[in-house]
Design a binder for this molecule. Structure first.
Ligand code: ASP
Length: 438
């Protein structure tokens, strides 16, 4: 029988009502055998995530303050969930232990991880599933990097012993036995690791939106959800600032060729977004899959007569960036011009050194750096086939009265990247969206 791994985010497990929805989703499909959970998230806009409260406890303990009163709010959240679910088990021993451990200076990551740990215990009991502590199946190396081989091996063996289990997301263990977390939002990674280890047919990632949207809803009103997106398209979109999944969550399942389905806990009937290795380009009713943009970029514009004939010019420029530990985002070039797009944050502290270095090494005729650039990416596997896509993008932008500062198209024809002034980014994104989506 195929196995599905299901991961629920914090907003899907924020209170008892959501626990009930989650249980209904898990029970609706017997192949949903392994469940990965986040800590309880926000119940309303002004609420605080349990993970943030735990970080706060850690800071208080670190400053030698008494965390008893503050921790009680965390304990109350779990106790309320248990009570409102009508469960009879007593979690006070666990909660006291967590409080005392944080008070007596266990690590910051230990404190943060307890949100997932406690939530997984409750959900396992509620569902009647086994509980597998992530500290026995997720491993980091001495250098702090995730140990994928050991984890895959141990996780696979452990999962074989359990037909159904709940596993807390977000953390694992260091070789010396201390708890270490992934970066924020890391339960997505745990879900992906579990899916790979049990060779799942599907990794369902349940959240509070109906999948990936074609554009940022804060910019484009009510954007359409994306039905199918390839890993590569998603990478292009997230690189440009679209966020749905933790970036690192893609790798374990991509490696194993397992599709991810982003679903909405509050709208379980909606199909959500399928993230797959390969998708036929005709299965989309729009030429483009999605659009995204990011601000805070600078251009270093370099000119030199006969640049095209000078062997090694580009290397000299990039050497200077490397020496200054700056990675470049894009490199559009003309016959005698070369532009290097970098983040303003990385350039700012070393601007003088970089300019002087390029002048010395590459001897250009002119070099200037300009800030205030935004890039937007129009991403779509369907663009390869559809003629005139670039023309449509450019006229939509120019009809909105926006000046295009730069154009770049990846050789895969998967995306077209356009540089505009930061102040024009939102307007440009809206113009492109309405050109392609009706
Ligand atoms: N609870 C953690 C966070 O808030 C991890 C997660 O939810 O994925 O970042």
């Amino acid at each position: 029988m195929d196995i599905k791994v299901v991961k629920f985010g914090g907003s899907s497990l924020a209170d008892a009502e959501h626990f009930r929805q989650v249980a209904a989703i898990v029970r609706a499909d017997p192949t949903r055998r392994y469940v990965v959970v986040s800590a309880p998230g926000k119940r309303h806009a002004q609420d605080t995530k349990v993970t943030d409260m735990l970080y706060h406890c850690y800071e208080m303990a670190h400053n030698r303050e008494d965390i008893t009163a503050y921790f009680r709010q965390i304990a109350d959240r779990y106790q309320a969930i248990i009570r409102e679910l009508g469960m009879s088990f007593d979690m006070s021993g666990e909660l006291d232990y967590v409080r005392d451990s944080i008070q007596h200076h266990t690590g910051r990551d230990f404190a943060a991880s307890r949100g997932e740990y406690l939530n997984a215990i409750i959900l396992a009991k509620y569902l009647g599933f086994d509980f597998i502590d992530a500290e026995s199946v997720i491993f980091f190396k001495d250098n702090g990097l995730f140990d994928d081989e050991k984890t895959n091996e141990m996780m696979r063996e452990e999962l074989k012993k359990h037909t159904r289990a709940v596993i807390p997301g977000f953390y694992g263990v260091m070789p010396n036995g201390t708890i270490k977390t992934f970066s924020r939002g890391g339960s997505d990674i745990t879900g992906s690791i579990v899916a790979r280890a049990c060779e799942a047919a599907l990794y369902e990632n349940w959240t509070d939106v109906s999948g990936c949207l074609m554009a940022d809803p804060r910019i484009v009103p009510d954007p359409r959800p994306i039905r199918t997106v390839t890993y590569r398209e998603l990478r292009e979109l997230s690189y440009m600032g679209a966020t749905v999944l933790h970036e690192d969550a893609i790798f374990p399942v991509r490696f194993a060729g397992i599709p991810i389905n982003i679903r909405n806990t509050n709208d379980p009937e909606a199909p959500g977004t399928m993230i797959v290795a390969n998708a036929p380009d005709y299965d989309s009713d729009t030429v483009i899959t999605g659009i995204a943009g990011k601000k805070g970029l600078s251009v270093i514009a370099i000119e030199k007569d006969m640049m095209n004939a000078e062997i090694g010019f580009g290397r000299k420029v990039l050497d200077v960036l490397e020496d200054n530990e700056i990675s470049f985002e894009h490199l559009p070039s003309g016959v005698d011009t070369m532009s290097v797009v970098v983040s303003t944050r990385s350039l700012e502290p070393r601007r003088e050194r970089v300019i002087a270095g390029i002048n010395r090494r590459a001897r250009p005729d002119s070099i200037v750096s300009e800030d205030g650039l935004a890039l937007l990416a129009v991403v779509g596997r369907g663009m390869v086939k559809a003629k005139g896509t670039a023309a449509r993008i450019f006229s939509a932008i120019s009809e909105a009265g926006i000046n295009i500062r730069m154009i770049d198209q990846g050789s895969s024809e998967l995306s077209i990247i356009v540089g505009v002034d930061e102040k024009d980014l939102e307007k440009a994104l809206r113009a492109i969206y309405s050109e392609f989506v009706h």
